[in-house]
Design a protein around this ligand. Structure first.
Ligand code: S3P
Length: 173
């Protein structure tokens, strides 16, 4: 079997679904953001604020490579931006030990999910009105879709979690 990598925009359910998927197939689950935070001894927000976004992008790339170099096969939830920097998406798609799954969620659903928790998300923390949030997310998601759509599998993640899970299992096994 291969490493299973879940990717997609902020609040697309990567960690939530990733945990359930890992449990279902008896794999360990790793949340890349949490892994970076543990290794760096700082929260993602602190890393952005204190060291800058570029430092964070390099760190997530480095730790993802570490995880993929291990023998153990795992389910990994990436950060929303991980596949969009430094050729990461092409490298993942061409890695024979990896299956990539894009959890695709509509803009409307993303807005609904992130509205109450913008503060802990450095990229959208400054957006105070719903209008500004919609404008930013629409443009950002459009730009990032170029990378996300390269994934081996595109999963409709607007659906309830149990259906998403069945969809993934049906596609992979
Ligand atoms: C980011 C998404 C976040 C986190 C960081 C940057 C992004 O992860 O990595 O705040 O660039 O979209 P989640 O997608 O898990 O929220």
């Amino acid at each position: 079997m291969k490493n299973l990598i879940l990717l997609g925009y902020m609040a697309s359910g990567k960690s939530f679904i990733g945990k359930k998927l890992a449990k279902r197939i008896s794999y360990n689950f790793i949340d890349l953001d949490a892994y970076v935070e543990k290794k760096e001894q700082k929260t993602v927000k602190q890393l952005f604020d204190e060291k800058g976004e570029l430092y964070f992008r390099k760190a997530e790339k480095k730790y993802l490579a570490t995880l993929l170099s291990r023998d153990e096969k795992v389910v990994i939830a990436l950060g929303g931006g991980t596949p969009c920097y430094y050729d990461t998406m092409d490298e993942l798609v061409n890695n024979r030990a990896v299956e990539t799954l894009y959890l695709k969620v509509s803009i409307k659903e993303i807005i609904k999910r992130v509205t109450k928790e913008t503060a802990k998300r450095p990229l959208i923390a400054h957006l105070v009105t719903e209008e500004a949030l919609v404008e930013f997310v629409s443009k950002h998601l459009f730009e990032r879709s170029y990378f996300y759509n390269k994934a081996h599998y595109v999963i409709d993640a607007n659906q309830p979690a149990d259906i998403i899970l069945e969809d993934i299992v049906a596609k992979l096994f």
